[in-house]
Design a protein. Structure first.
Length: 132
């Protein structure tokens, strides 16, 4: 093999590695693995139910006493941006809120799953936020 053939062969190998070593971007996804209901409304909440109609997922708590929380954990899930519907009873009267979207955190921490906190500040003020 002459020097010109060796140069072409070396050039081919270098180009092959440069083309073959492109980086593949990994899509970062917001995940969560817990749902917390905080009752700051000043009254007892009964038969609380959170439902995501698009997926059929739901959570229910029989009673959430005022000043208390109801929470659950589950396998980590990817947040899909679906709306939620929340229903509950106060003194036998049913209340429904929705569609409600979870407020995204100011800074995303993709390496850790978040918790979704649904906060009842009053019977007319219900919010849902991601927390780490």
């Amino acid at each position: 093999m002459n020097i010109q053939d060796k140069l072409w062969c070396s050039l081919f190998v270098i180009v092959f590695f440069i083309v073959g070593c492109n980086t593949v971007s990994v899509k970062k996804e917001l995940t969560f693995n817990a749902l917390i209901l905080d009752n700051n409304s000043g009254t007892e909440l009964e038969n609380v139910r959170i439902q995501v109609k698009e997926t059929g997922a739901f959570l229910s708590c029989g009673v959430v006493l005022r000043g208390r929380s109801c929470s659950t954990t589950f396998q980590t899930r990817v947040y899909q941006g679906n709306s939620v519907y929340i229903s509950w009873q106060i003194h036998g009267k049913e209340r429904i809120v929705g569609p409600l979207h979870v407020e995204l955190p100011l800074s995303m921490q993709y390496e850790l799953p978040a918790r979704i906190v649904i906060k009842f500040d009053s019977i007319n003020d219900v919010t849902a936020k991601f927390k780490y």
